[in-house]
Write a protein that binds this ligand. Structure first.
Ligand code: NI
Length: 226
């Protein structure tokens, strides 16, 4: 399931984050990929060891923790702390699939990448090209979102970032391991949760919404690994 999560960061948060990022030093994006990725990745990013990046990553994770739509869709168990990338002057990232397992800085336990996320820190008008293209069983989807918005998609999907031909595309990107590993089960839980919330908003709490909430939690209990 692909999901657009709007307004993860406020315009003010984006502005402050961009001011910090624009004043900092970027390194070759091939620092964090394996052999296949290194052949097709042409961009820059903040070093994984950058103290500035670590601080900004905390802001992103705090914003996600306050976002019920993200939580409902991702059911996150753990994150690789967000990294930050920048594409300009024709830079791009060719078709690839993200590595299945990643080390988590400061942890001995690696993470299984179930979900890939891109959080846009620039507006679509700021640059040409730079579409994130995700290929799944329903075809190919091109994504270019307003600053502060996030796209979430299964890490198993092939994807690419098209060349940026004008301006700069600046984003945060990260991976989550979900409590529910199976994408189809996770999507079903998300749809059930969203329907329960809409029912509750329309009709108030009732015997039926309580029963459906119980059903949701029993499915989550059945399918989650924590
Ligand atoms: Ni990728």
């Amino acid at each position: 399931m692909m999901l657009h999560v709007p307004e993860v960061l406020s315009p003010d948060q984006v502005r402050r984050m961009r001011a910090t990022l624009d004043a900092t030093q970027w390194v070759d994006g091939r620092e964090t990929v394996g052999d296949q990725g290194a052949q097709v990745k042409r961009n820059r990013q903040l070093s994984e060891h950058s103290p500035v990046g670590r601080e900004l990553a905390k802001t992103v994770l705090a914003a996600l923790a306050r976002n019920p739509l993200f939580f409902s869709a991702a059911l996150p168990a753990r994150f690789v702390p967000p990294l930050f990338n920048r594409y300009e002057g024709g830079e791009h990232y060719g078709l690839h699939v993200d590595g299945a397992v990643r080390a988590v800085p400061g942890s001995e336990q690696p993470l299984r990448t179930d979900l890939s996320c891109t959080l846009f820190l620039c507006d679509p008008d700021d640059y040409d090209g730079g579409e994130l293209e995700v290929v799944d069983t329903y075809g190919s989807h091109e994504v270019k979102l307003p600053a502060g918005d996030l796209i979430l998609y299964p890490s198993s999907s092939l994807h690419r970032v098209h060349p940026v031909t004008r301006g700069a595309r600046v984003c945060a990107f990260f991976w989550a391991q979900s409590m529910v590993r199976n994408d189809q089960q996770r999507a079903m839980l998300f749809e059930l949760d969203q329907s329960i919330q809409k029912l509750r908003a329309r009709l108030g709490e009732s015997e039926e919404t309580v029963a459906l909430t119980g059903h949701y939690h029993n499915l989550l209990r059945l399918w989650s690994e924590i």
